[in-house]
Design a protein around this ligand. Structure first.
Ligand SMILES: O=P(O)(O)OC[C@@H](O)[C@@H](O)c1c[nH]c2ccccc12
Length: 268
């Protein structure tokens, strides 16, 4: 069994929806990322998307772009990011980790070496937003060989690809709520309800929605239709706002509390 499967099974038994935060690792530094991951779990996160900073984050809005830039000024590598997952496990964090990376860092690292490193580092899922299903066979096989779920994204424009993508999916299906890039939004794609119903029809796997979600009301709105809700930019912005506190030893706890309070509010 994979930790993601067991987490969704127990959430379903409790009639709960997973709250899945995203953070950029190494923002503002690696040690703080481990402390933030611990804080997110304590605040109620059910799984966490661990974002690998990338120099050309095409699908990201300004908030996550800035986080990537900050992390890359500390020259954070893919290897550093995977060790953050290991450190967080060693620190006693139990919730599933989903490594989130664009394809290039994985390609540069080398597929075999990447999956060898990922194996037994406490990573249960992998999301590569710019790797289409037409080209993901090798990655999928290597991921399955080390019991890591390759989690696909589907968008409101995916139409008939939803069935093909869902058929190969593992872990859960990531439903992108809106077109465009990541970032907090006041509203979502006009046909979001039909889109989520289509994905629900196409797979027996859990479905999670992401893009634009930043408030308890928006989380509640999606809890009815989805098994998981992903929040990235709003949490990354909270981390960004807390950086002056996080980087001052005497105010670090206050900085972590700002993040914890925001996540607890999303949790309701
Ligand atoms: O930031 P948002 O709008 O809350 O959306 C989640 C998103 O951050 C996270 O899942 C993610 C970060 N970078 C991405 C690139 C593509 C798809 C998804 C992502």
């Amino acid at each position: 069994m994979n930790l993601i499967d067991t987490a969704f099974a127990s959430l379903k038994a409790e009639g709960r929806t997973a709250l899945i935060p995203f953070l950029t690792m190494g923002d503002p530094d690696l040690k703080t990322s481990v402390d933030i991951i611990k804080t997110l779990e304590l605040a109620g996160a059910d799984m966490i998307e661990l974002g690998v900073p990338y120099s050309d984050p095409l699908a990201d809005g300004p908030v996550i772009q800035r986080a990537s830039e900050r992390a890359l000024t500390n020259s954070i590598t893919l290897k550093d990011c995977i060790h953050v997952a290991e450190k967080a496990r060693e620190a006693g964090v139990n919730i599933p980790f989903i490594l989130f990376t664009y394809y290039n860092p994985v390609f540069q690292f080398g597929l075999d070496a990447f999956f060898e490193l990922v194996q037994s580092k406490g990573i249960s899922g992998l999301i590569i937003p710019d790797l289409p299903i037409e080209e993901d066979e090798e990655v999928r096989q290597l991921a399955e060989a080390v019991n890591v779920h390759l989690i696909p994204l589907v968008a409101p424009t995916s139409k008939d690809r939803v069935v093909r993508i869902s058929r190969k999916a593992k872990g859960f299906v990531y439903c992108v709520s809106s077109l465009g890039v990541t970032g907090e939004r006041a509203d979502f794609h006009t046909s979001i309800n039909e889109f989520l119903a289509t994905v629900r029809e196409a797979t027996d796997l859990p479905i999670a929605v992401g893009f634009g979600i930043s408030s308890r009301e928006q989380v509640e709105r999606f809890e009815k239709q989805c098994d998981g809700v992903i929040v990235g930019s709003a949490i990354v912005r909270t981390i960004e706002d807390a950086i002056p506190l996080l980087q001052d030893e005497s105010k670090r706890e206050a900085g972590l509390k700002q993040i914890s309070d925001f996540v607890a509010k999303l949790k309701g």
